[in-house]
Design a protein around this ligand. Structure first.
Ligand SMILES: *Cc1c(COP(=O)(O)O)cnc(C)c1O
Length: 397
């Protein structure tokens, strides 16, 4: 098996799926080199998404932590409130070029479903989102959002009725309908070429950041920090900096209720190598190799695997991976809200929480970039519930 990222990646899928993946890879490699395709992609990122997103000097946080200088990459300012739209726009443009008429996608909490339904509406494509039945019950508002945007949401009733089953269902339907249907995957995971395609559509984050930090500081940063679920916002920020060894890359995953409990999603910290969702990577498995049920307060980080490129960055010591608990993340969300007036997504709050512990150990002339992958509007209800149940003083963070 050919692995794209060191020992990781590959295509661990049945024969009919390999054919579909080959068609995708060939189309992607052709169109990504076409200047008109790039121009169109950039046009929609600028005019529709609102890019470039700002690289904001977090002056208050910098003073308060009294270590390195902190900049926030503001993906929360994008249309639909997170980085996911960068990828959905790219893949839908590709689908159009391939002559596909319909988009299908999987979603867990619904964020990728909403980003997909948004871009499908704008480009006039039919859109069907597969979502575990459990998840449709838990995330009713997001189901309605997708419907509002004109998408059809299909509940998946097999297995655990959650994200993993939605992925399986979406892939099966894709192969059945390959002639007119494009499968739009939401993170830097899955069989090749998806982790590569998603990275190429998210690397705009790091490209902008590199330019912006050079304008502001005249040099590269010392650290880039991002939260990791499947790994798309993190690889989007990291990619441009990978060749620059002096820039340290730190991914932050979800420790849930703690890595000494069963309720976490600390893939890199506690996982092992194996095959999940069509790729060889690091994942959390039961003794029989099946994916472990994972938990995090953050729906976007609640995934048992991680993108193969992150597994490679970890094994080659180019990236470091840390974990943050629910409680630390919730407190970091309150902290950033009150110190900078920015309510981050609970996913992004994991990166903020790690920076809060780490930055005070640095010299003042060091530069730290944190990716604020999304905004926290979607999380306020859950945060209110959490701080009430855990008796956290909203002002004492
Ligand atoms: C989905 C999501 C994530 C996690 O996905 P990655 O692919 O790891 O980036 C992180 N932050 C936000 C705001 C999200 O919506």
């Amino acid at each position: 098996m050919n692995h794209q990222f060191g020992d990781f990646g590959g295509q661990y899928v049945p024969e009919p799926v390999i054919k579909a993946l080959e068609e995708l890879e060939q189309a992607f490699n052709t169109h990504i080199q076409d200047p008109d395709f790039k121009k169109e992609y950039r046009y929609y990122l600028n005019e529709y998404v609102g890019r470039p997103s700002s690289l904001y000097f977090a002056e208050n946080m910098t003073k308060e932590l009294n270590g390195g200088k902190i900049y926030l990459k503001r993906e929360d300012l994008n249309h639909t409130g997170a980085h996911k739209i960068n990828n959905t726009i790219g893949q839908i443009l590709l689908a159009k070029r391939m002559g596909k008429k319909k988009i299908i996608a999987e979603t867990g909490a619904g964020q990728h479903g909403v980003a997909t339904a948004t871009a499908a509406a704008m480009f006039g494509m039919a859109c069907e989102i597969f979502m575990g039945k459990e998840d449709t019950d838990r995330q009713r508002l997001n189901v309605f959002r997708m419907e509002l945007l004109g998408a059809k949401v299909t509940p998946v009733t097999r297995g655990t009725q959650t994200l993993s089953d939605a992925v399986d269902e979406a892939i099966e339907k894709w192969v059945e309908r390959i002639d007119d249907t494009f499968y739009l995957l939401g993170s830097a995971v899955g069989p090749h070429p998806y982790p590569y395609v998603v990275r190429e559509f998210q690397k705009i984050i790091g490209e902008e950041t590199l330019k912006q930090i050079k304008e502001k500081e005249g040099r590269l940063p010392d650290y880039c920090i991002a939260c990791v679920g499947g790994g798309s916002n993190a690889i989007g920020l990291f990619h441009e900096f990978v060749p620059h060894d002096e820039v340290k890359l730190i991914g932050v995953e979800a420790a849930g209720k703690g890595i000494d409990t069963k309720d976490h999603a600390a893939t890199m910290t506690l996982g092992s190598e194996g095959v999940i969702h069509g790729m060889r990577t690091i994942y959390l498995s039961n003794e029989d190799g099946t994916p472990m049920p994972v938990y995090s307060i953050s729906a976007g980080l609640d995934y048992p695997g991680v993108g193969p490129e992150h597994a490679h960055l970890k094994n080659s010591n180019r990236g470091k991976y840390e974990s943050i608990t629910d409680e630390e993340a919730v407190k970091a969300l309150l902290y950033l809200s009150q110190i900078e007036g920015i309510i981050p997504a609970i996913e992004s709050a994991h990166a903020i929480a790690y920076a809060r512990k780490f930055v005070p150990t640095l010299d003042k002339d060091q530069i730290v970039i944190i990716n604020v992958s999304g905004r926290g509007d979607k999380d306020v209800e859950a945060i209110e519930k959490y701080i009430n149940e855990h008796h956290i003083d909203i002002k004492q963070v």
